[in-house]
Write a protein that binds this ligand. Structure first.
Ligand code: RB5
Length: 147
């Protein structure tokens, strides 16, 4: 059975999301497109919470979000326990987000990457494993209560 990957964007990421949904299908995943489904203006936190709750409650192992800068989505998604949502603007950042941070949500800054760059970033993130080792200790510390 193919892996279900929830994906969501606001209006700023709507066009690139459509391209990434196609790419996920072509790669053999089952994208769960949670919207937005039109270029009408919407509030990014609504979509961030839709995707992040699925990862938090483990109905999905990982997810994808897009907004204009990537920042609003990251603020909202990272409020969910167990979610590590990384904004990646280049494939190398996406690879490091997996290797070092075990990022389980990829966030694309749709106003700052081309469609082709977006696809390359998505592929890099999907194909890279968490490196473990010293990074496991550091990732575990993310969930500690702030002092
Ligand atoms: C929408 O204009 C924009 O604020 C949103 O896409 C995102 O960049 C927020 O962080």
């Amino acid at each position: 059975m193919s892996e279900v990957i929830p994906i969501g964007s606001d209006h700023a990421g709507f066009q690139l999301k459509a391209r990434l949904v196609e790419e996920l299908r072509a790669l053999g995943y089952e994208p769960l497109d949670l919207g937005t489904h039109s270029p009408e203006s919407v509030d990014y936190p609504d979509l961030a919470h839709e995707v992040a709750s699925r990862v938090e409650h483990q109905s999905a192992r990982r997810g994808v979000l897009l907004c204009g800068s990537g920042l609003g989505m990251s603020y909202a998604a990272n409020r969910h326990p167990g979610v590590r949502a990384a904004v990646a603007w280049a494939p190398e950042v996406a690879r490091l987000a997996r290797q070092h941070n075990d990022a389980n949500i990829l966030i694309l800054p749709a106003r700052f990457v081309s469609e082709e760059e977006g696809v390359d970033i998505l592929r890099a993130w999907l194909q890279t494993e968490f490196a473990g080792g010293r990074h496991s200790r550091r990732v575990a510390k993310i969930e500690q209560e702030p002092r």
